[in-house]
Structures are given as C-alpha cells and as structure tokens.
Design a protein around this ligand. Structure first.
Ligand code: SF4
Length: 702
C-alpha cells in the first residue's frame, strides 16, 4: 500500500456511507487527544457536495476507534457454543476447511457467497472472482439486489445500459422540472438537496411523489401522495393525460425510440379516473403535474426506493421512463430518467461481478463472448466459469437446504433482508457461516468464524457514486493491530484453497486487473487509473483508454441498444402482491431516517447518531390511530402474515391515514423487516419492501 500521510495533514477521501460519496478530508490525530484516531474535515473543492456533510459523514471517524469495532478474529467454541478470540491462522484455516468440506460433500453450488453494495469496486470484483474461480460456485449475490435492482433492469431494458444517473448531479439544477419519485433526499442524502434548491432558484419546478409529506416533499411545487405500491398506475395516468392533451413529442418518438404504439395503447387503457381510484391522487393534481412537466423545455424523472422496491419494480420504473420518452425528455442535455442509488458503492458494486448473473464490466454471465474475455483475464477456460445463480432473497431462502455454507462480506441480512425472522432461521440452519465485518453485526453473532476487517479510511479503494463517477478513497491511517483488509482475507483464503495463480491483496493491483476485465464491456474502466481519479475529482465511466475523457452524459447521440433507439415498455397496472383485506387492513411502508444508515450496524454504534435516532417507531396518522385506540408515544404492535414488530407510535399528519411507516435500521422487537414481504419482481428479483398488509394492536404496557 501507498505510504501513510503525515499526521495533521488531511487526506482527501470519501464518506463511507451513502451513494452520494461526499468528499471529505480525514486528519489523523495525535494519540490520546481524542476518542477517535482521526477527525473529519471539510473538503470544499470536491464538486459533488462542496464541503457539505450530513451527521453520518461528520461522525464517520467515530467507528475507527478500536473500542467501537472488532479487532481480533472470533471462532465458535464447540464446547460452549460461544464465539471466542482466535489468531488469524486458526480463523482462516477454519473458513477454508468449512467451505471446502461443504463443497466436497454436497457439490460446489452448496457453497454460497453474499456481498454488499458498500464494498469497494476492488472488493466486489475480487469477491465475484473468488466465488467463480476459487470456489467454483454459481451461488453469489449481494444486498444491492434489495436496493435498486429493478431500476437497473428497467434502465437496461429501455436504454441498453444501466448507469444510475446518465448525467451529472449538477444537471438537476439546470433542468426545467424534476419529478422525484419515492425519494426523501432531505433525510437520505441531505447535501444533495442543494441541487433542488438551485433548481428552484433557476426557475425550475419540483414535483415530489411520496405517500408521506416528507421534508423533501415540503420543498415541492406539487406533492402527489399515492397509496404505496401504486406508482405504476400513477405514471400510466400521467402518460394517458400527456397523450390526451396532445403533449407528446412525436418527432423525438419517431427519431429515437421504438415500441411506442404498444406503450401508448397500454396508457390509453388507463384513464385518469382509474388512476385516481387506484392511487388516491385526484385527477386535477394529475393534470397539474402534466402541465408542469410538459411546459418545461427540459425535465427529469428521478426514482429511488419507493417505486423500485416493489414486486413490479421493473415495470414501475419502466412506466416512468415511458413518460420521459413520450415527452422527449431523454437523451438530451439536462433531461432524462435517473435512479438515485442508495448504498455507498451501489453503482460500482453492481458492475464488477458480485451479482448472480454478471461478470466484471457489467458483462452478462450468459454471454459467451463476455465469458471468454473475463476467463482470459483470470487465466481459466471459459467453460470452467459457472452459470448464473440465485438472486439475493432466493439465495438466503436456500440456506441450510441447497446452500449449506456461506461466506458473507459487508452485509447484515438478519436486519436488512425481507421476512427477516425467516432469513435468520435459514442462516441458523447453515452447516457453516463465515462473516467478514468491521463490527459484530447481528448476522456476525450467528457465525462460526468472524473475521475483523479494515474500514474505509484504513485501506485504499475506489467507489462509483450515483452519477457513475469513479472515486478514490485513500488510506489515511493504519488499521488497528489484529485487523486485515477484505482483499487480504480473499488472498489468504484463495491460497489455502489451492488457487495457485495468485490473488492480489493490493488494491491498485486488483483495480488494474478489474480495468482489464472490464475493457470493452458496457461499464468500461480501462482508461481509469488511481492517478487520474485523484487529478480529475473522479472519472465517469465508460472510459476506454487513458486518453479518453470519460463520459459524464450518456445517450446524447444514441441509446446503447443495438439500433440506438430507446425502447418503450408496454406496462400495465397490477396490484401489490399483498393488498389490505379484512384481517390486515392497513398498509405498511418502510424506509430510512436521517441519523441511521441501512441495517444500522455501524451508525447505531456512533453515540451522536444513536442519540439522534435511538430506536424504531411507527409513524401513524392520528385519525388511523384513534380507530385502534393507539396513543402517541405508547407501544403498538404491527402484525403481518410473516410476524410481529412492536415499537412506540409516533403521530404525524404527514402520512396517509391508510398507511403506517417504520424505519428498518434496528434489530429486536421493533425489527421492521420481520414484517416485509419477500414477493419478488420477476425481472430483477427485487423484494416488495415498500408495501405489505398489516394490522395494528395497542400493547398493554406494565
Ligand atoms: Fe455521507 Fe451520504 Fe451523508 Fe454525504 S449524504 S455525508 S455520503 S451519508
């Protein structure tokens, strides 16, 4: 690794949490001057956030303190059943033995690998390679499947290429109208709010679609509050009005798209009154939205988890893309559809091979030419590479049955997976579980071996933010003694498992191999080097050579489909997998809060964040609460077909009176994902986190 900077000299790096990947400086502190070994400082020159950070970013150095995290391997003592400290040789030997024993006894596909959208590009690449060439298993997927996989699938279907935002964030401030669907930017990535503020200062208009009147919705010129799970019907209703009012861009449709007649027919069968009945959004509001969207010369639709985490997520996003295409708001400067990815490396994490059906460079595992290219880089015959595996929930559901041993890196499915109690049961049924993590997460407590790994600031690596901008996180301080990097772990395991061709432990060496593996693929990183990233504040992929400038804006001349045209999808409305009924009459939707991140494994351990957001709650409209005798601040049980969660009620008039909201960051009795529905989108494998049917029961408190 590169030498460490002098203490006191801030190192340019990026936040370890969300996909905005805010630039920050990290300054090492003299020993004994603070609880943390370093402090976060502003980095105003980085263009994405210009120095602004949310509370999570500002406190990110807290977890670097040895007391806040794992600093020695743990192995399960067969005599007591407890996790006890062990040395690295013992721990790694146990992992190698657990994985190889299972493969030998039950076949290679009995060994699974589960990754995370927070892993750097280098780690995501190495994990996918490790699964396919060292373990020889097809059973690898990652938690990004739960994040934006349906938007990725819709992007691929419509444009032939998936990059979350096909334009830089700065374009948001320069467009005429933004429709923000199911995103609460004010809580999930506050520094990005400035783009919406600048949009309005420049005379642009903002429409927010969200069942809750969130802090983001409060900024909107128009807030549409559909019932959860009906975003597809809403988009169809809007497209119907666009056609009926003669607001389509026929020239654009003819020149740059295909499939319009079928998509038009599907929208015309979905008249606005039907949209109102399904979504609860009145027709005059639909008309107002169409007026704002179509009056602008340029416009964008940006989606996030609201429309994406549905069992019809791909078609739902497709319906919003149709709206962009029909109005000519795509493939032009300051216009288009984009997905606001969630996890820190949500974009890069899905490009380099930890996804069940993909190889590095966003190549398809089922494509013979892609297999041949990557196999050559890896020095193996193409036919030795396994085929596509199960999607994330299907993989978790197979644990203890077809998949009997699991290596898990950078994920905490006991809290973050849908139908979490069932997933926990499946994990407990495994013959062998190894977890590499920074902290003893709820999933790690179930492991046979826990490997303590380095954090963002202790190792160099790249991430790709939601714009497709590849960024460099630099090593700013050494990990505590007893901690190794994920790449070192994979390097050692590969050697123990008999892989003789070398498995780089060095991040830059791994990245150079990734560049070769991605060369010529859809996500081409061939021309991106650590040196360039540092010099240019990030480089946008695709970038095919070191003299290529990178690609901040995609699709301006042609879309990435074989004929260069964007494809309409003829989508129709269908109900959620589980609609309310007499037994479960209320809708539950889930999401995030400002001071916590994902499963909370890291942020729950940061004192400032734990104080700001100490536990789960049930946001409920007072009118709905009165029907069930529920009091503000008192415990309420939320019961679905999959289980029961208990948390205090929090009254709010900002939520629909037929819906309750729970944040999902906590384990224990208030674990929201105990309730959620693993009904999967057939195209992407995305579970239906955003909508399930529940009943409410007041809880007697002693
Ligand atoms: Fe970190 Fe995201 Fe907050 Fe920026 S917005 S500081 S990347 S958590």
């Amino acid at each position: 690794s590169a030498p460490l900077p002098d203490p006191g000299e801030p190192v340019d790096t990026h936040c370890p949490y969300c996909s905005l990947q805010c630039g920050m400086g990290l300054r090492r502190l003299p020993a004994g001057t603070s609880d943390a070994p370093a402090e976060v400082v502003e980095r105003p020159a980085f263009p994405v956030n210009r120095g602004a950070l949310c509370g999570k970013g500002r406190t990110a150095a807290r977890l670097l303190a040895p007391g806040a995290r794992l600093t020695e391997p743990l192995v399960r003592d067969p005599a007591t059943g407890r996790l006890v400290p062990a040395d690295w040789d013992t721990a790694l030997a146990r992992v190698a033995a657990g994985l190889s024993r299972t493969g030998a006894a039950h076949g290679k596909d009995a060994v699974g690998v589960f990754g995370g959208g927070g892993l750097t590009n280098e780690k995501a690449y190495a994990l996918g390679k490790f699964a396919r060439v060292v373990l020889g298993t097809s059973q690898i997927d990652y938690n990004g499947r739960f994040c934006m996989s349906s938007a990725a699938a819709a992007h691929q279907r419509a444009f032939g290429l998936d990059r979350g935002l096909p334009f830089p964030l700065a374009d948001i401030a320069r467009t005429g109208c933004v429709v923000l669907v199911g995103s609460n930017l004010a809580e999930t990535m506050p520094p990005a709010l400035r783009y919406l503020t600048e949009l309005k200062e420049n005379g642009g208009r903002l429409i927010v679609v969200d069942p809750r009147r969130t802090r983001t919705a409060e900024q909107a010129d128009l807030h549409l509050a559909p019932r959860p799970g009906t975003d597809l019907a809403l988009a169809l209703g809007l497209l119907h009005l666009v056609v009926a009012e003669g607001r389509t861009d026929e020239e654009f449709i003819a020149a740059r798209t295909s499939g319009w007649p079928a998509a038009r027919a599907a929208a015309m069968a979905h008249w606005p009154e039907l949209a109102e009945r399904v979504t609860g959004v009145p027709v005059p509001q639909l008309r107002a939205a169409v007026r704002l969207f179509c009056a602008a010369d340029s416009a964008m639709v940006l989606t996030a988890r609201g429309p994406e985490q549905q069992s019809k997520g791909t078609d739902t996003v497709g319906a919003w893309i149709n709206l962009c295409l029909a109005t000519g708001h795509a493939g032009r400067e300051h216009s288009g559809y984009g997905c606001l990815t969630g996890q820190g490396n949500g974009q890069g994490g899905r490009e380099h091979g930890q996804k069940a059906d993909q190889l590095p460079g966003y190549r398809k595992l089922s494509d013979p030419a892609a297999r041949a290219h990557v196999a050559e880089v890896w020095g193996v015959p193409p036919e030795s590479l396994p085929g596509p595996g199960r999607s994330a929930y299907e993989l978790l559901d197979a644990l203890g049955r077809d998949v009997r041993a699991l290596l898990l890196m950078g994920s905490n499915p006991v809290v973050s997976a849908p139908r979490a109690a069932h997933v926990e049961q499946r994990i407990r049924a495994l013959d062998f579980l190894a977890v590499a993590d920074v902290v003893l997460s709820e999933t790690a407590t179930l492991a046979d071996v826990v490997l303590p790994v380095a954090q963002w600031a202790e190792e160099t690596g790249t991430t790709t933010n939601l714009e497709g901008r590849v960024l460099l996180r630099r090593r700013a301080l050494p990990p505590p003694p007893g901690v190794r990097t994920d790449l070192q772990v994979l390097h050692s395991l590969a050697a123990l498992l008999g892989w003789e061709k070398g498995f780089p432990a060095d991040p830059e060496e791994t990245f150079d191999e990734l560049r070769r593996a991605s060369a010529g693929g859809p996500a081409d990183y061939a021309g991106i080097t650590y040196r360039r990233i540092a010099a240019e504040d990030g480089v946008f992929w695709p970038c095919s050579g070191e003299d290529h400038p990178g690609t901040p804006r995609l699709f301006l001349d042609r879309f990435a489909t074989p004929d260069g045209r964007a494809r309409f999808a003829p989508v129709t409305h269908r109900p959620a997998a589980e609609e309310p009924d007499d037994r479960y009459p209320v809708v539950l939707t889930t999401g995030r809060v400002l001071a916590q991140y994902q499963s909370g494994a890291q942020t729950r351990r940061v004192p400032e964040l734990a104080t700001a957001a100490p536990g789960p709650y049930v946001e409920i409209h007072p009118r709905l609460a009165r029907q069930y005798g529920i009091e503000d601040g008192r415990l309420v049980a939320v019961v679905s077909r999959r289980g029961r969660a208990v948390a205090p009620a929090r009254f709010s008039e900002a939520i629909r009176a037929d819906t309750v909201f729970m944040p999902f960051h906590w384990p224990g009795p208030g674990r929201a994902n105990t309730l959620t529905n693993p009904a999967l989108d057939p195209v992407s494998g995305m579970p239906e986190f955003k909508m399930c049917a529940v009943r409410l029961e007041p809880v007697e408190e002693s």
